[in-house]
Design a protein around this ligand. Structure first.
Ligand code: PBE
Length: 278
């Protein structure tokens, strides 16, 4: 593609599902004649800033993340309402939302089956009571985002009324948290609902019995100028949104994180198998 060709940049965050989503999107756009620049491996606030500054033209973002972390609103439990609210607010920011998928990548707190049984902790309320009775006894593995976001640990602790204590929060890359749990280096860990590691390591996720976490549906957010220039992006990305769900996402994450296949191969093969790419 030479000068004057169709060019877009696709942004993505720093975990496997996001690498996959942006890679699949890039494959589809390239197939339609776009020159695609991928801007990957960014933290949530960084990629959001890049979208606002138009360094990133489009990305797959999670509804709940936008609602709470970017917009500072209270959680809404209904997925469609969450999407509509985020869409309405961001329209004023020059960012359009479209193609909400069935992928719900919510945060969760995970424990090993053994520890959950031993301590009798099945829900976050159980965890809160245990910590209140045994202050300082449990540790949690968390990435920097979860440790600091309003829809992360600070929010969970406030809603359920407990405190791990700063010294008991072990910060590490998200890719390492489940392993730390599996190795008994920590008692609790943050997890993503579509993580392949939850099942692989036989972990349990604690019931969010007070319904703290909002829906986190993956949807396309795109800056207005890009959409006005290339309205076909809506239909192109809809092909993905229509087919993906949490189970499929977990399976694709499994192929990368557990089986060790490359993101590019997993993304490409899935598109071909589903008739989206030749
Ligand atoms: N999430 C869970 C985070 C990471 C995974 C979707 C809430 C986010 O990227 O916003």
């Amino acid at each position: 593609v030479g000068v004057g060709g169709k060019q877009v940049s696709v942004g993505g965050k720093n975990f496997t599902e996001q690498y996959l989503l942006s890679e699949m999107t890039a494959f589809l756009l390239k197939e339609e004649g776009f020159e695609v620049k991928e801007m990957n491996n960014l933290g949530s606030t960084v990629v959001r800033k890049a979208l606002e500054n138009e360094q990133v033209d489009l990305m797959w973002e999670y509804t709940g993340t936008a609602l709470i972390t970017y917009m500072g609103k209270e959680p809404i439990s209904d997925p469609e309402e969450t999407f509509q609210k985020v869409k309405a607010i961001d329209a004023k920011n020059g960012i359009l939302w479209m193609n909400m998928s069935e992928v719900n990548n919510t945060y969760a707190l995970a424990m090993t089956k053994e520890k959950s049984k031993e301590l009798g902790i099945k829900s976050i309320s159980d965890l809160a009571s245990y910590i209140k009775e045994n202050p300082g006894k449990l540790t949690i593995a968390s990435d920097a985002e979860f440790a600091n976001r309003p829809d992360g640990l600070p929010g969970v602790e406030k809603k359920y009324g407990f405190n791990f204590g700063a010294e008991n929060i072990k910060q590490m890359d998200i890719g390492l948290t489940q392993r730390a749990l599996d190795n008994n280096q920590v008692d609790v860990s943050v997890a993503f609902e579509t993580d392949a590691t939850i099942r692989e390591y036989g972990l349990v996720t604690l019931e969010d019995d007070k319904h703290f976490f909002p829906p986190y549906r993956a949807a396309v957010s795109i800056n207005e100028e890009t959409y006005e220039k290339y309205p076909e992006i809506k239909e192109i990305t809809a092909r993905l949104a229509d087919k993906l769900n949490s189970d499929i996402m977990r399976e694709l994450n499994y192929k990368v994180d557990i089986e060790g296949n490359s993101v590019s191969v997993v993304a490409h093969d899935w598109l071909v198998e589903n008739g989206l790419l030749e």
